[in-house]
Design a protein around this ligand. Structure first.
Ligand code: G1P
Length: 286
């Protein structure tokens, strides 16, 4: 069955980026000249998916406004003769159809996905975490969809992480089935290095079968008292296969100041309008 819907989770507090995120959603932080959330939305569209379900929460209104039309702004730009900007603003609100679901309590990633149950229905769907920006030739989500097409079941994106970083990720126990593709034998949320079953960490791109919702319902609170997607996937493993795919591309964890800075530097240096000037400035600075 074709994957038609993508859930983007944007309900977290952004604690790793406080105080900036106290009064502004972290997903609205800019990466060069676009907010982070737009990279996820564009990745979904570039992967051939047309419906987006955005999970938001208290304090995230800016996200809805961002993808909405603003007649006042359009009128103002028209009056000023700023036609290029005007068209850009219209294109933005016409990008895609987004349905918003509010997560009323912060009970973790698993719980956030569960709030989309009714809107997703009984079909496979994609999940993207906007904290993970992946810069790649083929969109990372599309790479996962290709693996889904081959196996017809759950797929998670993985990447090799350093031993001391296993505490930051869901870690899989893999059995390689072909170059960079693994069958998941088990998985554990944020294990200590000595308990990690491998160095393959889950990154924020998933293709999930609708049975994940029953698994999520049955999942008790786990690590950090949250309902963990990793724990639900573990339950799901009892009845369904899960595959993991290493993606081609560079990933940035933009949920932290340093990850965001690295992404900013790398995207900005390549930008045709500002790259050259920034390169010269950085040379001077160093
Ligand atoms: C979440 C998941 C974790 C996954 C990670 C990827 O953790 O719980 O399994 O490896 O996203 O970014 P978070 O980073 O939200 O703590």
């Amino acid at each position: 069955m074709k994957v038609r819907k993508a859930v983007i989770t944007a309900a977290g507090w952004g604690t790793r980026f406080l105080p900036v995120t106290k009064a502004q959603p972290k997903e609205m932080l800019p990466l060069v000249n676009k907010p982070l959330i737009q990279y996820s939305v564009e990745e979904v569209i570039a992967s051939g998916i047309e419906q987006i379900i955005l999970i938001t929460a208290l304090g995230k209104r800016a996200l809805e406004d961002y993808f909405d039309r603003s007649f006042e702004l359009e009128y103002f730009l028209e009056q000023k003769g700023e036609i290029r900007l005007l068209e850009e603003m219209r294109d933005l609100s016409g990008l895609v159809n987004i349905c918003y679901v509010r997560q009323k309590e912060q009970m973790g990633l698993g719980h956030a996905i569960l709030t989309a149950r009714d809107v997703v229905g009984e079909e496979p769907f994609a999940v993207l975490l906007p904290d993970d920006i992946i810069d790649s030739r083929v969109p990372a989500l599309k790479q996962m969809l290709d693996i889904y097409e081959r196996y017809g079941t759950n797929v998670v994106a993985v990447e090799r992480v350093s031993r001391e970083d296993t505490v930051k990720y869901g870690i899989i126990e893999p059995r390689e089935v072909s170059g960079g593709v693994y069958q998941v034998l088990d998985l554990v949320e944020k294990p200590e290095p000595e308990e990690a079953p491998s160095d393959l960490g889950v990154v924020g791109r998933y293709i999930l079968m609708p049975q994940i919702f029953d698994a999520l319902e049955a999942t008790p609170r786990g690590k950090n008292q949250e309902i963990q997607l990793t724990d639900a996937l573990r339950l799901l493993l009892k009845g369904q296969a899960i595959y993991a795919g290493e993606f081609e591309g560079a990933r940035y964890d933009v949920g932290t100041p340093i990850g965001w800075l690295k992404a900013t530097a790398s995207f900005a240096l390549r930008d045709p309008d500002i790259g050259q000037e920034l390169r010269e400035y950085l040379r001077q600075l160093l």
